[in-house]
Design a protein around this ligand. Structure first.
Ligand code: NAD
Ligand code: TYD
Length: 339
């Protein structure tokens, strides 16, 4: 079985590659990644020399390059993680989000049509459903919740989802789509809430909480997401959407305070800054479908997962220090200097 994993030098894609190589040692995994600011080849160092692993530096929008690769590799499965993934950057400049997230998805699916595929899987997000009000804790996103996006990021992901489902209906392409809640764990890029707060706290820098910090996210340990994807690509029904989430809703401010406690840092580092434009209030997944159909449930409790994650950032300082000392520094200045 040959699996093409796009965006495998990023956070979730790299965790998925590690998971798949361990779980299916007889599979060939081909990672396609453009290595944008969010892609890090050093992350894949431990698997780079494995005979059943190949890394290809390639943009998923490069039709010629993608077709050539499909011709060479004849993949059985393609799992598309490649995306511009940060909401704040999409507010700054939506253009690249539309290109990579929508047009790149089309190129991959066209390659699947041309060369044949057993399964094309689109890794999507719960953000396509928009947000839920804080005063209605009884409401959750199901697969039937209407698409109702807030940011250029979520709109580009929603556009891709619709395109994927249209390729199923129109061309019979064997697709599946998963919509997962917020992930956390090792190799999470330090522009996102949890790693940013860990890195800043370790440097005794201000912890920039948007608005009042009351926004709620449904956090899932990244390995649980990878397990769900492995189940979907092998046992999920084609043409279906699966929501992935663990009923683990947390307010941002409570997460930041927890990180301070775990690291022995004072809460006085917390700084409330101007809110994100169009900031979604609450995300919450109803995972009943994937639980009933595929027997998936999250295994890592948040209190254990966050401890493991913090431990990983303490043990792997070089990985994230290199990032925050590189070109990412300009982004941080732009985003937070006068906020
Ligand atoms: P990430 O930003 O850490 O990684 C994205 C990877 O894609 C990087 O390695 C980058 O180099 C690569 N990439 C970007 N543009 C590319 C292009 N044009 N061609 C080839 N490679 C390209 O993102 P992540 O957090 O790992 O998210 C992976 C996927 O999961 C995304 O599709 C995202 O929408 C989805 N998702 C993420 C979360 C989350 O909490 N992080 C939750 C639900 C869904
Ligand atoms: P983020 O990790 O960017 O994920 P998403 O916006 O896709 O859910 O942000 C998670 C939450 O944390 C979101 O409500 C915005 C908030 N946030 C802050 O308060 N401060 C920050 O510096 C960042 C990056 C995020």
């Amino acid at each position: 079985m040959t699996v093409i994993v796009t965006g495998g030098a990023g956070f979730i894609g790299s965790n998925f590659i590690f998971y798949m190589l361990k779980k299916h040692p007889d599979y060939r995994i081909v990672c396609v990644d453009k290595l944008t600011y969010a892609g890090n080849l050093s992350t894949l160092e431990p698997v780079m020399k494995l005979p059943n692993f190949r890394f290809v530096k390639l943009d998923i929008c490069d039709r010629e390059g993608i077709y050539k690769l499909f011709e060479e590799e004849k993949p059985d499965i393609t799992v598309n993680f490649a995306a511009e993934s940060h909401v704040d950057r999409s507010i700054e400049n939506p253009d690249i989000f539309l290109k990579t997230n929508i047009l790149g998805t089309a190129v991959l699916m066209d390659a699947c049509r041309k060369y044949g595929i057993k399964r094309y899987h689109q890794v999507s997000t719960d953000e396509v459903y928009g947000d839920l009000p804080l005063d209605r804790p009884d409401l959750f996103f199901t697969e039937d919740t209407p698409i109702h996006t807030s940011s250029p990021y979520s709109s580009s992901k929603a556009g891709a989802d619709l395109l994927v489902l249209s390729y199923y209906r129109t061309f019979d392409l064997p697709v599946t789509v998963s919509r997962c809640s917020n992930n956390y764990g090792p190799y999470h890029f330090p522009e996102k809430l949890i790693p940013l707060m860990i890195a800043n706290a370790l440097h005794d820098k201000p912890l920039p909480v948007y608005g009042k910090g009351l926004n709620v996210r449904d956090w899932l340990y990244v390995e649980d997401h990878c397990k769900a994807l492995d189940l979907i690509i092998h046992k999920g029904r084609v043409g279906e959407v699966y929501n992935i989430g663990g009923h683990n809703e947390m307010r941002n401010i409570d997460i930041v305070k927890l990180i301070c406690r775990e690291l022995g840092k004072p809460e006085s580092l917390i700084t409330y800054v101007t809110d994100r434009k169009g900031h979604d209030m609450r995300y919450a997944i109803d995972p009943t479908k994937i639980k009933n159909e595929l027997g998936w449930t999250p295994e890592t409790k948040f209190e254990d997962g966050i401890k493991k994650t913090i431990r990983w950032y303490l043990d792997n300082r070089e990985w994230w220090e290199t990032i925050i000392n590189g070109e990412y520094r300009d982004y941080y200045e732009r985003m937070y200097a006068n906020r």
